[in-house]
Design a protein around this ligand. Structure first.
Ligand SMILES: Nc1nc2c(ncn2[C@@H]2O[C@H](COP(=O)(O)OP(=O)(O)OP(=O)(O)O)[C@@H](O)[C@H]2O)c(=O)[nH]1
Length: 391
């Protein structure tokens, strides 16, 4: 059985409704040393923030490909690039990210940004403009807010000077730094506008939260630590940071753990056709990292193998799905942060009441299976679509 959210996405994809078919291009612009290459390297190449200090200046446009739910192509540009020297039409880009050093209150970055906005609006009215007011951690809270406000005001004023019609151009401003998770949060929000399947992923997360009494759940890309979707409750920065830290810890230490279920098909934790969850099914973890945190792994056949999948996908070996959990507060009732890998590169991170996680583990895992199945179907459609287009 297919969840209604993923089923409607598959149907929409089959009918080719509103679905982009090319590698989505993002243009990374800004004046010299504003931090463009650092952003790209920290997010997509795991470069430690401190090592960005040693990055060489970018002399020509560098194109970086990154595959997540949608295939991306990020163009890192030199500081002196102009609309004419870019070598591509601005119509080819879905998003322009303009990086401004938060301490740079001079006219140059604002003029450059305005030049690109005016040129882009003429050829591509649907383009998204994102302004990363970067290196935010350099300033104290009050100065940070003041500089952010001034940069915002100057851009809006300069656009109004160009023509009143540009006052309506939607610009999204974000405070970012490579030294904390504000960069991941800002880039996640940029990405959300580009993912056609976002409403379907959000629906799946909402259903998961409803069924498991979870106050917050995210679908993360494990490589970049960007969240691709979350449920409809507001994102609180502390919770987001916590999830990023946990994901980082698991991806750093994960390879040290070996599943004793690996290679043993009989070790499936879930039956191929899930039955309704029992009310309480405590399942002891395979590994204990500390009294309050657990990491376990299971080999799982998909609960349902759609007959429309390619033959090699249907005959594929069972996938390996590690999961982990840690207790956030030992006090009663307490909260548990859980991690479940749902595709080779996507993970569900959810806050759960500890009572639910401890006493109704079957309910949680049953919902994870269905969430995983929904995401997997959406992911397969995206993958097939990209392959069909030769991306
Ligand atoms: N404090 C702080 N420094 C940063 C941050 N991001 C980048 N930097 C530093 O800014 C400097 C320039 O970074 P780059 O990534 O090379 O900047 P760029 O915009 O690609 O520079 P060009 O290639 O010359 O255009 C480096 O010394 C980085 O360490 C940040 O968030 N905070």
């Amino acid at each position: 059985m297919m969840s209604s959210s993923s089923q409607s996405y598959v149907n929409a994809a089959k009918h080719g409704q509103n679905i982009s078919v090319q590698r989505t291009k993002i243009l990374l612009l800004g004046t010299r040393r504003s931090g463009k290459t650092s952003i790209q390297q920290v997010l997509f190449h795991h470069l430690p923030a401190k090592q960005t200090f040693y990055l060489e200046p970018t002399m020509r446009v560098a194109k970086h490909e990154f595959d997540t739910v949608i295939p991306l192509e990020i163009w890192d540009c030199p500081g002196n690039i102009t609309v004419d020297s870019l070598g591509a039409s601005l119509a080819d880009f879905a998003t322009i990210i303009f990086v401004i050093d938060i301490r740079d209150l001079y006219q140059q970055p604002v003029s450059k940004l305005v030049e690109f906005i005016v040129a882009a609006c003429q050829v591509n009215p649907d383009i998204n403009f994102e302004v990363f007011v970067h290196k935010a951690e350099k300033l104290q809270e009050d100065d940070k807010i003041e500089n952010f406000r001034q940069i915002h005001e100057r851009v809006v004023d300069r656009l109004a000077d160009e023509s009143p019609e540009y006052e309506q151009v939607p610009l999204n401003f974000h405070l970012t730094s490579v030294y904390d998770h504000s960069l991941q949060e800002a880039f996640s929000r940029v990405l959300h506008k580009l993912i056609d399947s976002l409403p379907y992923l959000e629906d799946l997360l909402n259903v998961f939260c409803l069924n498991t009494s979870s106050p917050k759940a995210f679908l993360f890309d494990t490589a970049s630590k960007l969240y691709l979707a979350t449920d409809s409750s507001p994102v609180d920065q502390a919770t987001h940071n916590l999830c990023c830290d946990y994901l980082q810890m698991l991806t750093s230490f994960g390879p040290l753990y070996k599943s004793n279920a690996e290679g043993d098909i009989r070790a499936h934790l879930f039956s191929p056709t899930p039955t309704p969850p029992p009310t309480a099914t405590p399942s002891p973890p395979s590994f204990s990292t500390s009294p309050s945190s657990t990491l376990k792994a299971c080999v799982q056949s998909p609960p349902h193998t759609p007959s429309n999948l390619p033959l090699d996908a249907r005959n594929a070996k069972p996938l390996f799905y590690p999961s982990a959990a840690t207790s956030l507060s030992p006090s009663h009732p307490g909260t548990t942060l859980s991690y479940h890998l749902v595709t080779p590169h996507l993970a569900l991170l959810a806050l759960l009441p500890t009572t639910i996680y401890d006493m109704r583990r079957g309910l949680v895992e049953w919902n994870v299976v269905w969430f995983r199945e929904g995401v997997r179907e959406i992911w397969e459609v995206e993958k097939e679509r990209s392959n069909a287009e030769g991306v």
